[in-house]
Design a protein around this ligand. Sequence first.
Ligand code: ADP
Ligand code: MG
Length: 459
Amino acid sequence: MLQDSLKEWFGFDTFKPGQEEIINHVLNHTNTLGILPTGSGKSLCYQLPTYINQQPTLIISPLISLMDDQVMQLKLHGERHVCCIHSGMDENERTQNIQQINQSRFIFLSPEFLLQKHNFKLFQHLNIGLIVLDEAHCLSEWGYDFRPHYALVGKIVNHFKKATVLALTATAPSYLTEDLEHMLDQSFHIVKTTMNRNNIALAHKNFANDDEKLAWLLPKLTHSGSTIIYVSSKKMCLYLAQQIYNYGFLTGIYHGDLSYQERHTVQHQFINNEIPIIVATSAFGMGINKKDIRTIIHFHLSTSPSNYMQEIGRAGRDGAQSQAISLYQPDDSYLLETLLFTDIVTTEDVTAFELGEFLPPDKNEIIKTLHSYYSITQLHHIFKTAYKRKQLGYIRMLGYKNLDQCRRAYMIEFFNENLLEKPEQCCDNDSELIEINILNRKKVKRKMNFNEKIQNLFK
Ligand code: ADP
Ligand code: MG
């Protein structure tokens, strides 16, 4: 029985909702899309079938931090047959991992790495039983955007014809299934529980400008527990972190321009509660296995409901009461529009590409990569659709700031889900929310030395 295998391999007595159904489908070689909320045990859905079938599993993963975390979890669990190759590794580590490939049960790779011909040669002979698309929403979110290799995973799946595909995510917009089936040219069975996380209370506040936002935010941080503050630019990331630091809290920053080592360090300090607050762009969070994050603040709105649900989903993985508060001031919409619509590939760009006209190198590269798999007609359709989706998501987020109905219902309706039961701490439109009251330690003032004390006397 499946339950016995669960006990044998993981020591758990019961499955979490959705797990058993997904695993049964995978064991029956049915391609499956599993939509289960953050922290609900999605990894086990591929780990258990791997142990049962005794065939290697290929896990396609979007981020280094996510791969590192999963590898660490597996190793902690006593699994030695794991390998992972990514750009954050030094030459030594990379060579060691390449040597491990043939003995590995779990192989973690990014689509960019795998799709390079000389890399693919390292894997093509393997008898892969299961291909996992972890954080599968990335296919829709990024495949037609700055990570076109995501839209080419069909090439990998086509090569391993006998392998079953398991796509896993916490947030699936209705078009994800369509994209998956299109990109992989295969059909998928969907197992969905809910995207709703009842232990995260939702609130939103409107302000006249950033100074007002800041004046509200700083005192709030005194008792917000472990907190992530999302901002939409690196500049704001630095500015805000400085303000919070000046106010008295140790604060980390995290954005895409930091080195792998810097990101790694700040992430660990946050996970180990050495710093209570982190100010980050959307680059932060996926794969951060910290269970006691209590507060997520969006200093700027997210660009889509999908991103918003992902980002707030990082709170309260331990099940305890948590909160997600978004802030807005009128200039923000300009910022969001710039972020969303500047530099995106349009159907005009596809035409220019077809005619061999000049295109900025980034755009050219994206279209060229996709054109290795999709026709020009398909590309026109793809970018038209991608634009419409961005617009739809953006409008939904703008609606959130003026909402007078239940925020939770509004959010999950976007994903074709109805709210069946409201938690007591639902949202600020439904009831007065109780404050999270977990004090954040202020930074310790360094003791002055003798000379400084003397100088201070005469200031
Ligand atoms: P997700 O990918 O859905 O965010 P993870 O796979 O990281 O979640 O799992 C979250 C936690 O749940 C892990 O600590 C894992 O060990 C635990 N877990 C998974 N399945 C079960 C289960 N059946 N019973 C108890 N704990 C489980
Ligand atoms: Mg996961």
